[in-house]
Design a protein around this ligand. Sequence first.
Ligand SMILES: O=C([O-])CC(=O)C(=O)O
Ligand SMILES: [Mg+2]
Length: 230
Amino acid sequence: MVRLFNTLRMACQRNQDTANFVFNGKKIVGVALNYMCAVKARKVAVPTVPLVFLKPTSSYIREGSPIVLPKVFNKVAYEVELGVVIGSRCKNVSKEHAMEYVGGYCLALDLTAQCNLTAARATGGPWTLGKGFDTSTPVSSFIPFDAVQDPHALPLWLKVNGEIKQSGCTADLIFKVPDIISYVSKHMTLEENDLILTGTPHGSEAFKAGDVIECGLADLATMKFKVCDE
Ligand SMILES: O=C([O-])CC(=O)C(=O)O
Ligand SMILES: [Mg+2]
């Protein structure tokens, strides 16, 4: 009986309006270096806490719009990621309860101006401009919570001009979805339609105008974008 009640309560908390996350979200929270394969490839230390950054929602695009490479950057890289859409407001949530606040998922790209980030890392400066430029967050349609049995068993891939460039699985995530939600919510309130970018597997590289980027998440979503210069 208690279990049934809990299931009903969780279903009620999950607001169906999350399907419009692109239009109604307040923030995009990114997690960096969250795949063991990416950490090994970059030969850096395994993070002990999630490395968190923010992106503006003005960076969203959907299929049908091109990725526009800003004039100010000369090296922008693709990063295919699992996106987690927050279903209802949460603050200071425990890992045990974190999944109750997930509304659903999406496939996302966390496009990153590596030229800007390299300079920012050297000075300890912010990543905002290199992560937040217009069109830097292409996203798929909303994937309902119930369509995903286990968010930590999802293969994801990315091709440039038909050639496979990234291939990973969310099983390789260092911080799992509940770890990220719990950690972030201890620092800032997560709100309905906010998006969490969970990090990218290894293989992220620069791309250029004229390229076609295609990516997929299990059998749940695929998307394709043309790339042009500003
Ligand atoms: O761009 C970066 O260096 C880090 C990042 O977002 C990721 O690992 O997904
Ligand atoms: Mg990323």
